[in-house]
Design a protein around this ligand. Sequence first.
Ligand SMILES: [Zn+2]
Length: 560
Amino acid sequence: MVADCAYASDSKGMHRAVDSADGKVYCYTNFEPADGRRVYANFEQPDLKASFTFRVIAPAHWTVLSNQPAPEPEPAGEASGVATAVWQFPPTPRISTYLTAVVAGEYHLVRESHTTPAGQEIPLGLAGRQSLASHLEPDDMFAVTRQGLDYYTGLFESRYPFENYDQVFVPEFAAGAMENAGCITISERLLFRSKVTDAMHELRATVILHEMAHMCFGDLVTMKWWDDLWLNESFAKVSAALSSVLKQLMACTGRDAFFAGLRAYFTEHSHRNATLADLLRALEASSGLSLSDWAKAWLQTAGPNTLRPQFAVGADGAFTQFAVLQEAPGGYPTLRPHHIALGLYNRQPDGSLLRFDERSLATLTESIGMFADSIAWSVCWSAVLDMVQRAELSVPAFVTMLVRGIGVEPAVSVLQTLHTTAARLMTAMADPGWVPARPDRRGTAACGGRPRRHAGCRAQGGRLGAAHRLARAGPRGRRRNRQRIRATRARRAAEPERRRLLEVLPELWQTAASTSGDCLATRCFRRSRRHRNCWTGWTCSSLSGSVTRPWSGCWWSTGT
Ligand SMILES: [Zn+2]
């Protein structure tokens, strides 16, 4: 069959881009979920797998890549005055149509090869536009790729299932990256042309590992139909952080049984298709547990659960009772079995339990910047953001926490999340009357709200009072000092992001001030006495006086 097909300009089918820098041409295919038909006739079903043989005729000076290792091109005459060549790729293993790929153009290509600890040799390729060749960072890219290949082949005790591993940064890509078997396409957004934060490097490494995980989850064993696509994606996240459902599943079976089950699942369904039931069967066999109740609770019902601590302490401060209460939203009243870890934190000199009851919140507001454990503080920040968004914590209380915490927060990725979320919260939820009148108020806030002590600190210049606070803490031995030096280094690394966050806070307040003052069902812009208790069921008259609604969430109720 011979067909002429149009090039795509939206990354659906065969995309063709012309580099405005030098006029060079770059093509690539992108088929998920069902755009393969734009290039060749097929039924687009993930469970119709086949072996594909690509024969590509293109200008002889082009780079041509596909799912199989690129062969030496052979001369194929001339077309429109340009010498052409033919690339005859070997047949692929059995794969679904959405995973087939051809990349062709004047790409700059770097070749290396990697041998896994088990002795498998995998040719590696890295390609991108010629005008961006100097930004390919092959050392960095290949280092992550090598580590990933060793990690996955070790974890699953199996060979890498394809014959080459090419990664191509393609122009005008609508997606972030695509896991074509052995021929991964990645957006140029992840090709860094200027200095970027560590968080961006981390993100790129995560994307590389995510796509690599798909070589097993999705490419080797493919979901039978698109309704199990989530399973593919969740599994690919195994490289970074497991999705919450799979985390629960792993907690349920135990890590060893989980991976033993996966290995059996890959072996049994290799180069074929499988369903969630197949996976659960493999995990039941490896763990000896029945997972049908788990699957019913976690996979066939909607809505999140909220977990809260409920406890009592005696006169000596010791716990006399402790329970974790589970809640479900009204529309989705499903309670589920949860495997959780409880964190109890001591803050010297007085011990405090850091959970989100009233006392813990007060502790957290004081000390969110004092965690030594990055997971603990990330968990706290995300819980705090969640509480503000659900109007369980006031915006002022959040901002107090924010200005104390950002001074010592070392992770740029956490700062960026805080920055984005704080911007949205300020715009959507904060009281417009709550705009700092004078610049020194901002400085004071940044220092943790002790203006007198901080009179000389440099908070007003955009620098936090953290150094001041550390100085105030005084010498507490060598260990403390070392911690302080580490903290200072981390703080310096994150400084630009922090400064951006601080600079933008007053602007956000201004934005909030210009927002409408109408009282809506879930927001209250007016700070007034009558709103203080509306949380508990008062009705709140709108500022215009025309709307009276019961208040489900007024952030002033818990205002500090
Ligand atoms: Zn994915």
